[in-house]
Design a protein around this ligand. Structure first.
Ligand code: AMP
Length: 614
């Protein structure tokens, strides 16, 4: 059965392997001509010497032993020291505007936002959501929220009203910071069903609160707030961040992270992204994704380096221009973007002076070997793939600056991270209480991690049962299938469940199906990820119709539009196919794996639970 759910990734890998044996077998030797010695220059020694206590000692802690607060480590401790006037963040607006923020200035602004929250009666543990593109208030609100010991929760602005309101409701958002346009299009219509949402703060130059009932002016509140704020005692286990992710079934899951996560953000910035003093770092992640917080905000700041924040969308020429003009030295991006750059060709890259670039990394989806090798050809440096997920809070597995890269591999576990390939055993009585560790190399199993790193999620918001199910036999099971080769490099095989990765976004099929079946013509819906050369997968829906409806192209267009309006372009299906009935188990569950196998022309595997389709 698992074979079937994996087809997209496996097929793609086989295809590369057959078409490009040279690429597949390449090992990119790590550079030995370092101008800067990588922090992790001896993997074995670094693992042996590592402890999380030592990593914690790289941070300062709140004055007077009052605990550990992410915003103090990211902003205040630098603002108060020699980095006070150092550039912490340079914002590049879509239309050419540039705004610079030193650590000192960030301290003032985030203090103001913390005071705004305090003034509104928002306290420890209250959830403050931000729904915005990459604009300065997002960063200020995130860090100010952490200073107030409230919980920061970012949302994807490309999501439609349905997924956004579901996430606001699940986490019982008390505050939402957003723009007038996003609010009007995605939240206002459901405001009455969000009783916990007490304060909506709108940012934007043209905004007038009188025009938008139930909202307040972010800028006015910020102007009126004091720029002095003292962070209160923060227990490292106090909840700091809430990041939504998707599962195969049920509602979206809110992964809960605590202030102690900053230890992992900081050290992985050093070890996996190789941050050094004076680096200029650019993380291109969407702020709605966990990467946008852990590495788009926290890790570069705690390491005292400069972050570039670009408001614009992907455009190969714009991106190369930024790399050149901002003298970016460390660049963290994602495979979908990389594949789009590859399409634009190598000649374009060569027009730019990218001599400042010294380290390139990628995350979020499998990075195909061709892209790694292309990076080497185009930039003179390979991309270093790394792996992690919303639940892990920070990078767990990586190709390091000093390590030879095997294109297509995710790399090796970080110091402090114990990763294994496991298979579940029958019942609870198996080896290690329900899982068996696979020792032989090159054997597929589920990627599992020994809990205990600081940025591990502490809960799914209000869903203890779902959280508990992630842990078996002393391991956290990641839901990914992988192999380990004889040298300890890990190779991603595919998901063990039906979640879909499209352009880096993790989409739960259930969320899409639930919306489709709300359309009056739809009887049943089954949603799969269909392989795509650029986005990795695209969302495809199979739909059977109620009596009285005909499967016409007009209805198909109507359903696509209906889904897009409700779910947003990222989540909505790109394709809809009508079927007379959908394959179901005898208990009535739609068999997505069969839909997928049929879509891809693959063997259907075990169909013993299939209900008769006639
Ligand atoms: P998210 O929680 O949205 O960040 O998605 C996490 C999932 O993305 C993982 O469980 C993997 O399925 C996938 N993923 C992340 N990084 C990689 C990678 N380097 N290679 C392959 N898959 C990845």
């Amino acid at each position: 059965m698992k074979e079937m759910t994996l087809v997209s990734s496996l097929q793609r890998y086989r295809c590369w392997k057959e078409k490009q044996p040279m690429v597949w077998n390449t090992i990119i030797k790590s550079r030995r001509d370092w101008s800067i010695i990588p922090h992790l220059h001896d993997y074995g020694q670094a693992r042996a010497a590592f402890s999380w206590d030592k990593a914690r000692r790289e941070l300062e802690g709140l004055p007077g032993g009052q605990g550990l607060n992410i915003a103090h480590e990211a902003v205040d401790r630098h603002a108060a020291g020699p980095l006070g006037d150092h550039l912490a963040m340079r914002w590049l607006g879509k239309t050419g505007k540039v705004q610079d923020y030193t650590f000192g200035r960030l301290r003032e602004l985030t203090n103001r936002f913390a005071n705004v929250l305090r003034g509104l009666g928002v306290t420890t543990g209250d959830r403050v959501y931000v729904l915005a593109g990459r604009i300065p208030p997002l960063y200020i609100a995130a860090l100010g929220t952490l200073k107030n010991r409230s919980v920061f929760c970012p949302l994807f602005s490309a999501f439609g009203p349905e997924p956004i309101c579901a996430r606001l409701a699940i986490g019982q958002a008390k505050v939402l910071v957003t723009t007038e346009s996003l609010y009007q299009r995605k939240v206002a219509g459901s405001r009455s069903s969000l009783p916990h949402l007490e304060h909506v703060l709108l940012v934007g130059d043209d905004y007038k609160s009188a025009d938008v009932p139930g909202t307040q002016d972010y800028r006015r509140l910020m102007e009126d707030a004091s720029e002095k704020f003292t962070i209160g005692p923060t227990d490292p286990e106090d909840v700091a961040l809430l990041h939504f992710t998707s599962g195969t079934t049920g509602t979206p899951k809110g992964a809960v992270h605590v202030h102690n996560a900053v230890v992992a953000h900081h050290i992985t910035g050093k070890l996996a992204l190789d941050f050094h003093k004076d680096d200029i770092f650019w993380c291109t992640a969407d702020p709605g994704w966990v990467t946008g917080t852990s590495y788009g905000i926290i890790a570069p700041l705690t390491n005292g380096i400069t972050s570039i924040v670009d408001e614009g969308d992907f455009d190969a020429e714009r991106w190369y221009g930024i790399l050149q003009d901002q003298k970016v030295s460390v660049w963290y991006t994602a495979p979908t973007a990389l594949r789009m750059m590859m399409k634009a060709g190598t000649d374009l890259v060569r027009k730019y002076n990218l001599s400042a670039l010294r380290f390139l990394a990628s995350v979020g989806e499998p990075l195909n070997p061709e892209a790694v090798v292309w990076g080497q050809q185009a930039f003179g440096r390979p991309f270093h793939d790394n792996w992690w997920q919303t639940e892990t809070g920070g990078i767990m597995i990586a190709n390091y600056a000093a390590m030879d890269i095997r294109p297509g591999s995710m790399g090796r576990p970080l110091p402090g991270i114990d990763a294994a390939i496991v298979r579940k055993t029958q019942g609870d009585g198996g080896i290690d209480g329900g899982v068996e560790v696979i020792q032989e190399p090159d054997v597929q199993g589920e990627l599992a991690l020994r809990p205990g790193w600081p940025s591990m999620f502490r809960a799914y918001w209000n869903e203890p049962e779902r959280y508990k199910q992630c842990f078996v036999g002393g391991f956290y099971l990641t839901g990914d299938l992988a192999k380990r080769d004889k040298d300890g490099y890990l190779w991603f095989v595919g998901r063990a469940d039906d979640v879909i990765k499209t352009s880096g976004h993790l989409i739960g099929p259930f969320e899409v199906e639930s919306v489709l079946i709300e359309h009056k013509a739809v009887a049943e819906a089954g949603v799969i990820g269909k392989p795509d050369p650029v986005a990795m997968e695209v969302v495809k829906a199979f739909v059977s119709l109620r009596d009285g409806y005909e499967p016409t192209p007009a209805l198909q267009r109507e359903l696509l539009g209906f889904a897009r309006a409700r779910l947003g372009t990222v989540v909505a299906p790109k394709e809809i196919e009508f079927l007379p009935t959908l394959p179901k188990t005898r208990s009535g569950k739609i068999m997505r794996r069969l839909l997928k196998a049929r879509e891809l022309g693959l063997p259907e595997g075990d169909t013993s639970t299939l209900e008769s389709e006639s």
